[in-house]
Design a binder for this molecule. Sequence first.
Ligand code: AHG
Ligand code: MN
Ligand code: MN
Ligand code: MN
Length: 345
Amino acid sequence: TGDGEVKTNIITLTRFLTERQNELGNHATGDFTLLCHALQFSFKSIAYYIRRATLTNLIGLAGSSNTTGDDQKKLDVIGNEIFINVMRGCGKVKVLVSEEEEEAIIFPGDGKYAIVCDPIDGSSNLDAGVSVGTIFGVFRLTDDAEGTAEDVCKPGTELVASGFTMYGASTQLVLTVKGGNVNGFTLDNALGEFILTHPDVCTPSRVMRIPKKRGIYSVNEGNSIYWDEACRAYFDSIKFPSTPEGKPYSARYIGSMVADAYRTLCYGGIFAYPADKKSKKGKLRILYECAPMAMVMENAGGLAVTSDQRRMLEVVPEHIHDRSGIFMGSYDEIKKVNEVYEKHG
Ligand code: AHG
Ligand code: MN
Ligand code: MN
Ligand code: MN
């Protein structure tokens, strides 16, 4: 059908998951499908609370801080509790790591999956009505796993699925599986269903692929006094192009990783949170921010590297809240970062 006509062949996330499971034939247990149904329920619930936060006095601080030193917003705590309860209830999760929990949570039962999660990413922006999101990653436990934090201190290359949900003008879910494409779903609030929109039935070609290059950069320049020489040289090279025909890049920084990542995925360009003199290991956490986002970017045709120019997905965290510097986005752009770092070795 053309634009504007009634879509009668709607693919919900539920149908999408059933079709993927059927493609796997009868050796698929259905566990991953049921886990994803639980994940989507947590996103719908968190979206519901976020949309009503100002009406129900849920904005503002909870009065506590988390193990990574962040002041917790009320919605950080609520989003975390929703996520824990839904993951426990689905019976498919053994280990859960959350930004808001100091230790990994080990559920009873024989769940085969470990989940890493940032229940509300960008929560410092919540009271200002800026888009926030939930970031998640899924590991499949090895058969001999005991169900401990060790089961998630793994490289992002071992993630079987990852993605994020952005609570913005609409609620957008971005989902990718190991070696797969990146699919986008939009929450239809009337139906209470995530509807496949990337690709959708009208534009089957529209999977989520990040443009190979785009003159947009996204970094907190308020930290530039702390940047190392190579970092400064890279950003200067795109702000003050040396060739006469070179055009300076546009700056876009929202301050919610999910929102900056979604724009970067859709429009291209680069998002960076470099390690610097102030945040020596970087600010963003490897397990539930950097690795899931790196998997989405790579599966969409982009790249993601650390401040040491290592492939982000190969980094193995020692501790569940370990941090890393990150540069991620358009393929050509990250190659340019590599070159500048190479030169300033
Ligand atoms: P969270 O709200 O989950 O703690 O994450 C906040 C992160 C990330 O969303 C964003 O990219 C970054 O903090 C912004 O940090 P600055 O305010 O230092 O730029
Ligand atoms: Mn936080
Ligand atoms: Mn975050
Ligand atoms: Mn968070």
